[in-house]
Design a protein around this ligand. Structure first.
Ligand code: COA
Length: 138
């Protein structure tokens, strides 16, 4: 299978991405134009037969005692295309982007229920830290 990772484009379909994001989360809220133009956010996709089947993003922020750090966000492969190497290809692409941008670290969070994702992160040598994440919706 031909695996080509490309940046999300302004012409990509909101509906296709909606289908994919619904496999990641309930009630996804997003806008393709905003994703493409957002500052410090790089979105990567893989298409098969013209449709988006895998997505991941690298978002960048500054940590005072570390420097610029990237987080992997919203990694998802369409259920019909899993275990074909697409998630891996998206992660490798985003890691390479992070290196080119001079980031010092990539972080990600993953719910313990996401067994496939956590296995993949281990395979790609992501290290599980003890940090507990707190958050507040605004
Ligand atoms: C997690 C997720 C993105 C992985 O996507 P994917 O495209 O299936 O990922 P890959 O195909 O690159 O890798 C998955 C596994 O299949 C294996 N694989 C890859 N190509 C393969 C092939 N041709 N034959 C058999 N296995 C293969 C990989 O080695 C990997 O194995 P591992 O888990 O033991 O490391 C996908 O399962 C998903 O969308 N899950 C729901 C959303 C989710 O949980 N997202 C993560 C949020 S934190």
């Amino acid at each position: 299978m031909n695996i080509i990772v490309v940046p999300l484009s302004i012409n990509d379909s909101q509906d296709e991405l909606q289908d994919l994001f619904e496999q990641l989360t309930d009630n996804p809220s997003f806008n393709v134009k905003l994703l493409v133009t957002a500052t410090n956010c790089y979105c990567a996709v893989i298409k098969q037969e013209g449709r988006i089947v895998s997505f991941g993003a690298l978002s960048i922020y500054f940590v005072p005692d570390k420097g610029y750090v990237g987080t992997i966000q919203s990694l998802v492969t369409h259920k019909d295309y899993r275990k074909c190497g697409f998630g891996t290809a998206i992660l490798i692409y985003l890691e390479s982007k992070a290196k080119r941008l001079g980031l010092v670290r990539i972080e990600l969070t993953s719910n313990p229920k996401r067994k496939n994702a956590r296995k993949l992160y281990g395979t790609l040598r992501y290290i599980k830290s003890d940090t507990n994440v707190f958050y507040k919706d605004l």
